[in-house]
Design a protein around this ligand. Structure first.
Ligand code: FE2
Length: 225
């Protein structure tokens, strides 16, 4: 792992750690009203997504780790990065639910209306890697359409002064590869089906309006210090 990647991992996960004195994952609050992203993402989807889907990942992660206090006390990024150390009978449950918990904990923080385009160092990185903000947004949208079934699109610092777009299936997280994303786009149907049904392209076109570029810009500054 490069120094920058290591810093990125630490910076990304500070809010996600399973506390050593309370060996249990908890559902973080959404941090804003469920209708804050209307009309791009509807209130009912946000409510069910956070209160039901994310909560289920948290509950199932805790259930999987119930007999393993040492594992439960580990920071979540370390748990996900070292899945080979997790006993085989619970490894898949930890992968799916720990990944789901980490991915969604970041996801809520990266959503807001009217917070764009990217600023400062992130803006320069976007220009360098993609040729500009709208070209990046087009690439995020087209990449989201390539995912078969459920998964995520990620914007990830490349360890230098650029960025890469990567995807992961299911609830796999870049943290499992020791990488810290700036943000991810959830392309599970649970993220959009109530409003967009099978029209993932429409969801992705709407989604680029609710990326919190202020948050991403600040996060990139911290990661690339
Ligand atoms: Fe989701």
């Amino acid at each position: 792992m490069t120094r920058r990647t290591a810093i990125a991992t630490v910076a990304s996960i500070a809010a996600l750690q399973l506390k050593a004195d309370t060996p249990a994952a908890t559902l973080p609050p959404l941090g804003y009203a469920t209708d804050a992203l209307e009309p791009f993402i509807d209130a009912q989807t946000m409510e069910i997504h956070h209160d039901k889907h994310h909560k289920a990942y948290v509950n199932n992660l805790n259930k999987a780790l119930a007999g393993n206090p040492e594992l439960a006390a580990k920071p979540l990024d370390q748990l996900l990065k070292n899945l080979a150390d997790v006993p085989e009978p619970i490894r898949n449950a930890v992968r799916n639910n720990g990944g789901g918990h980490a991915n969604h904990s970041l996801f809520w923080q990266t959503l807001a209306k009217g917070k764009g385009p990217a600023k400062g160092k992130l803006r320069a990185a976007i220009n360098k890697s993609f040729g500009g903000q709208s070209a990046l947004e087009d690439k995020l949208k087209s990449t989201g359409l390539t995912i078969f079934g459920s998964g995520w699109v990620w914007l990830i610092p490349d360890g230098g002064d650029g960025l890469t777009i990567e995807t992961s299936p299911n609830q796999d997280s870049p943290l499992m590869r020791g990488r810290a994303p700036l943000f991810g786009i959830d392309v599970w149907e649970h993220a959009y089906y109530l409003k967009y049904q099978n029209r993932r392209a429409d969801y992705l076109a709407a989604f680029v309006n609710v990326i919190n570029w202020d948050f991403a810009s600040q996060r990139f500054e911290e990661i690339s210090k």
